[in-house]
Design a protein around this ligand. Structure first.
Ligand code: AMP
Ligand code: MG
Length: 344
């Protein structure tokens, strides 16, 4: 299959992509979080093709994207009061709400659950595409399953060229990590995946929210969000997350680098701006300042892909604070890493 690239500003091509989407074909498109791989959410066969082209496990449900509030009502049993407050505060934006689903939503989307995850993306190209298609759009990240999520058009092409019908190029994604997934079906809402809307932001609108226990890696509980059980977001080389006081982290990584070099292995380091000149590794990727976590989030997946390009054998990553956007960053780094190294 030939994959057609469309410039997000070309009206004529845009309309043919919207039509193709409505008629059951796959269209990758930019959102403010990461690129999504869209299919008509009301067409089970189209939805099944998402799983095939990404190699996504069938038990991992999809988020349904909408462009206006009138598209929400048919998808859910009811819109709870606190959903209204959250929608007013954060839509369009990087917040996905899990609600009781209606009969209209195919089982292929929800992996057989009785809930559906819905969001309205804050990106003009995404909103226009969904609007013109005239249907809700099921869309996971537009990467091969397990790979770092795509935050540029080039990332989508790398993973899905020849596997899908269209990619709309809308430039790099602003936020760079996936949406926050919030389950509002329980008494106290639960964050199933941390993301662009932080816990602190949610609590200012609806009071206390909890974090799914499985997000703390220590206690091997069953995730309420099926997708969170998989290794994810990973570069090809094994990555280790190094946690501890900054001086010690740099010292440890440099020590490990020399040991690797002695064995003929090429080392990569995911570094903060502050430490980038202190490492001796062959490949050092700077993902921004410790004091600007929004910047770190936006560069994270591109950095992970960079290590693949540079063909490193082993990667060490610095750790970040778990406040605000730091929760989403650390969640993705933990999922991408195959282990952690703690230093004093
Ligand atoms: P992705 O689209 O690849 O960014 O992943 C979507 C995320 O939303 C996964 O972690 C899913 O497990 C989660 N998700 C989607 N639908 C539901 C649902 N009905 N209940 C709980 N989690 C969901
Ligand atoms: Mg994904």
């Amino acid at each position: 299959m030939e994959t057609i690239t469309i410039n997000g500003t070309n009206d004529e091509c845009f309309s043919s992509a919207a039509k193709a989407l409505r008629e059951g074909r796959l269209v990758a498109f930019p959102t403010e979080t990461v690129y999504g791989l869209g299919a008509n959410a009301l067409d089970p066969q189209a939805v099944r093709r998402i799983f095939e082209s990404k190699g996504r496990p069938l038990d991992n449900p999809l988020i349904v994207h909408i462009a206006n509030i009138s598209q929400l009502e048919p998808l859910v049993k009811e819109i709870p009061d606190r959903a209204e407050a959250l929608i007013r505060a954060f839509w369009p934006g990087p917040l996905t709400l899990v609600m009781k689903k209606s009969e209209l939503v195919p089982d292929e989307i929800t992996a057989g659950l009785d809930t559906v995850a819905v969001r309205m993306p804050d990106n003009p190209v995404a909103l226009r595409l969904i609007e013109e298609a005239g249907v809700p759009v099921a869309a996971p990240s537009a990467n091969l399953s397990g790979r770092p999520s795509p935050t540029t058009y080039q990332h989508v092409l790398e993973d899905l060229n020849g596997r899908i019908e269209y990619i709309i190029n809308g430039g790099p994604c602003k936020i760079g990590v996936e949406s926050t997934v919030l389950d509002i079906t329980s008494e106290t809402p639960v964050i199933l995946r941390p993301g662009g809307v932080t816990m602190e932001m949610l609590e200012t609108v609806i009071g206390k929210v909890e974090t799914d226990a499985v997000l703390k890696p220590e206690d091997g509980k069953k995730p309420r969000s099926p997708g969170m059980k998989y290794r994810h977001y990973s570069p090809n080389a094994e990555m280790f997350l190094v946690e501890g006081e900054s001086e010690e982290v740099v010292r440890k990584i440099n020590l490990l680098t020399s040991e690797n070099s002695a064995k003929g292995l090429r080392t990569g380091v995911l570094s903060s701006l502050e430490n980038k000149d202190r490492y001796t590794a062959q490949v050092v990727v700077n993902i921004g300042s410790l004091s600007c976590l929004e910047e770190v989030a936006s560069k994270l997946y591109n950095a992970l892909r960079k290590f693949d390009e540079e063909k490193v054998d082993i990667i060490y990553s610095e750790s970040f604070t778990e406040k605000g956007m730091g929760r989403a960053i650390m969640n993705r780094l933990r999922k991408a890493a195959s282990g952690k190294i703690s230093v004093p």
